[in-house]
Design a protein around this ligand. Structure first.
Ligand code: CA
Length: 240
């Protein structure tokens, strides 16, 4: 049986937190509800929620401060649910480390869709396996090592993360902004030059012919697609 996911709702408006909590229960989630930052921190220490829904205007402070605190310690999705519609609030929340922003008033269906989407993104980035093989490329996720055939690849941490991200999202069209957000972080969505530079260096390290790449395909005007038809995550590395 699937373990029920626990969602922490930080919201000082009783009507909203009750409505959200009830809807989440109907969808099979468990919830914890708290109206302020102080008790949210206590609940975070005592429980391990799978996702946080966060209001910004709270009686004991601004939720953005809490995003930074949580982000420095926990890797779980944070969705801001706020009545603040200004673009600068949205950007500041995403910069602080929130994964998504839902504006009040919202429909519960929209919120549920955002929750599922945030969970999918996080699951995609956290493989359950330690070693994955894609054609000739082998990744040891735990030790941050990569091989092309028998050759150990000298990758920078960012190159490794980019390669890992591609393999975990193999065969999908990945828009530039999404790759930048997921690999570099929120706030980097427009840094196209970063991405181009890293794609070039990564291609040099993994492609036999960079002019005709067999792994990293360019999807013109959209992004990239990492081709991986032979995928295996059941292999193990010999210990030495
Ligand atoms: Ca509020």
């Amino acid at each position: 049986m699937k373990v029920q996911e626990l969602i922490l709702i930080i919201e000082d408006d009783d009507a909203i937190s009750k409505m959200v909590s009830l809807s989440l229960h109907q969808q099979g989630y468990k919830t914890l509800v708290t109206p302020d930052i102080k008790s949210a921190l206590r609940l975070l220490n005592a429980n391990s929620p799978d996702l946080i829904l966060l209001d910004l205007g709270l009686p004991d402070g601004d939720g953005k401060g809490l995003i930074k605190t949580v982000r420095s310690e926990l890797s779980i999705p944070i969705i801001v649910v706020s009545a603040r519609h200004e673009e600068k609030e949205v950007i500041a929340s995403l910069d602080a480390g929130a994964d998504d922003y839902v504006m009040k008033p919202f429909s519960i269906d929209e919120l549920l869709a955002r929750i599922r989407s945030a969970q999918r993104r996080f699951l995609g980035l956290q493989p359950m396996v330690n070693v994955i093989l894609c054609h000739e490329i082998k990744l040891d996720i735990e030790h941050h090592l990569a091989w092309n055939g028998d050759e150990l690849l000298k990758l920078t941490p960012t190159e490794f993360n980019l390669l890992k991200y591609f393999i975990l999202h193999r065969n999908q069209v990945l828009p530039y902004a999404r790759i930048l957000k997921d690999v570099w972080g929120v706030g980097y969505q427009n840094e196209m030059q970063y991405l181009r530079t890293y794609i070039n260096t990564l291609r040099k390290k993994i492609e036999t012919d960079t002019a005709r790449p067999s792994y990293i395909q360019t999807e013109l005007g959209i992004g990239y697609r990492f081709i991986c038809e032979h995928f295996d995550n059941t292999i193990s590395l010999e210990k030495d």
